[in-house]
Design a protein around this ligand. Sequence first.
Ligand code: PRP
Ligand code: GUN
Length: 179
Amino acid sequence: MKKHHLNTLISAEDVQNRIAELAKEINHDYHYNHSKDLVVVGLLRGSFMFMADLVRQLDLPVEVDFLTASSYGTGTESSRDVKILKDLDGDICGKDVLIVEDIIDTGFTLSKVSEILKLREPRSVKICTLLDKPSRREVEVDVEWVGFTIPDEFVVGYGIDYAQHYRNLDYIAKVIIEE
Ligand SMILES: O=P(O)(O)OC[C@H]1O[C@H](OP(=O)(O)OP(=O)(O)O)[C@H](O)[C@@H]1O
Ligand SMILES: Nc1nc2[nH]cnc2c(=O)[nH]1
């Protein structure tokens, strides 16, 4: 890890207030669409904290499942290959799937994961991300719910790491590298 310090980007209070708003919209959407079997899928490891706070505010029956995806650089960004390292434990055929993600950057992870899950014939697949960096996007991803749109800064906290540190912070911070 390079010498660095953190600057708060989104406070813990703002994170929680936004999650309450997202949960309200998500509850409304799945009630409106008469959802009977909702599976909330968290992408590990980054989404664990967001997932825990979000599902507590959902007011319809939900299953919770997790998936670990990993991307391997093959020289250029555009040929990045995303693999499933740990698959879901349960079946999603005929169910509504809500993918919960911490951050979307290039979009490779979510476009590949949603493509793979759609092959399993779920009733629907929707995406909720806490953070979105649209300026970094390389592949298009349909995202239903975005917590915060952020500039192209390296962020940590609330599940998101720098060399596996800072996932436990209850707020989002920018990493400032000290030269
Ligand atoms: O839009 P993309 O460019 O594909 O990047 C976004 C992905 O990168 C991060 O995961 P990371 O590989 O750091 O794993 P982690 O969740 O275990 O921290 C993040 O959690 C997303 O899954
Ligand atoms: N830790 C971390 N991982 C990322 N992956 C994509 N963007 C980011 C970021 O800002 N921080």
